[in-house]
Design a protein. Structure first.
Length: 350
């Protein structure tokens, strides 16, 4: 076994602190990665503070992982020592169900998540990217282009694919009018991708102070969603709306902006249910309300390659490992533009 160093939540209330644990030795299909940067997702907060229930402690969060390959198994063909590599939200799945066969491993009923999940190899809980190294089956390792800023690429492994996948699934393209609700870690990536796909992008926010930033990121228009007059001006005009807000809110105000056959996709997971939407709003314009979960491995690689081609990365704030609790508190207050990334060289060894 490999000795690993990390930062862990020992319970739902205490600050995170140093943690020493074991990783498996690389098997024939495995890739061992030295972790250089790890993004901080709001899911980390929910899990570390057991806000969704089911958290297993001690927990090493982190599923936006980038680093450099240091060792590969004898049957690995896609990677070699020295390559840049990434690991997202999944490290295994059943490989045989229809979802896996279609490259949609995120919808497999036996997905193994990067942390707080059961490791099929060891029978133990998985530990994530707030650590110095990780060992993952080659299929679940992503290639990272040398063209990308490595630290700013880390959030692409969750925030990036979470917004890229629904935009691709609903075939967002040039000439369409697309809304993005919320300008946070997910929303700022949604704006960048929708703009890169050629859409006319409208950002919805409750914060007037975010108007200029939204335009800098690529929004063609910004609407203050708590202003009814501004909202009415966009009635029946959107082809697609990507709703990234992770707090319960009124969905009807956005459904009313969709054209006939328009769709709104939810990617934020609130800790309480949204108010039920008006069914008539869906029926009378044949609108669709759906959801989306990250993306499969093939689509995630497609997204990373698209980002390398178009120079797309996240806007980040780099932090040292010992500032993680402060970062969690700031994330809860939406006080980050727009993703924290941990410099893993700051990880204490003990």
């Amino acid at each position: 076994m490999l000795k690993a160093h990390g930062y862990a939540a020992y319970d739902a209330k205490s600050p995170l602190s140093t943690f020493t644990f074991e990783r498996r030795e690389p098997g024939p299909q495995d890739v061992q990665i030295e972790i250089l940067y790890c993004g901080v997702c709001h899911t980390d907060v929910h899990q570390a503070r057991d806000e969704w229930g089911g958290s297993v402690f001690p927990m090493v969060p982190g599923h936006e992982i980038v680093g450099r390959v240091v060792k590969v198994g004898s049957e690995v063909t896609a990677f070699k020592a020295g390559d840049l590599a990434g690991v997202g939200c999944m490290v295994d799945s059943c490989r045989t169900c229809p979802e896996c066969q279609e490259g949609l491993e995120q919808y497999c009923d036996h997905t193994v998540y990067t942390y707080n999940s059961s490791d099929q190899h060891t029978g133990k809980v998985t530990y994530g990217g707030y650590s110095n190294l990780i060992v993952v089956d080659q299929y679940f390792v992503l290639r990272i282009s040398e063209k990308l800023n490595l630290a700013a690429a880390a959030p692409l492994l969750c925030a990036g694919i979470t917004t890229y996948s629904p935009l691709r699934h609903w075939k967002v393209s040039k000439g369409q009018k697309v809304g993005v609700v919320g300008l946070g870690g997910l929303g700022h990536m949604g704006v960048k991708f929708a703009k890169a796909f050629g859409a006319h992008v409208v950002l919805f926010t409750t914060s007037p102070g975010k108007v200029e930033d939204a335009k800098r990121l690529g929004a063609d228009e910004v609407v203050i969603s708590k202003n009814p007059d501004e909202m009415k001006q966009h009635a029946l005009s959107f082809d697609f709306i990507l709703n990234t807000v992770a707090a319960p809110h009124d969905l009807d105000q956005f459904l009313a902006l969709l054209k006939r056959d328009g769709a709104m996709c939810l990617v934020g997971v609130p800790d309480q249910p949204h108010p039920s939407p008006n069914v008539g709003s869906l029926i009378f314009k044949r609108r669709k309300l759906g959801g989306s979960l990250i993306g499969g491995i093939p689509e995630t690689q497609e997204m990373l390659d698209f980002c390398a081609e178009h120079g797309i990365v996240s806007d980040i704030e780099m932090i040292a490992m010992d500032r993680i609790d402060e970062a969690y508190d700031r994330m809860v207050k939406s006080d980050v533009k727009y993703r924290f990334v941990i410099d893993m060289s700051t990880l204490p060894k003990d």
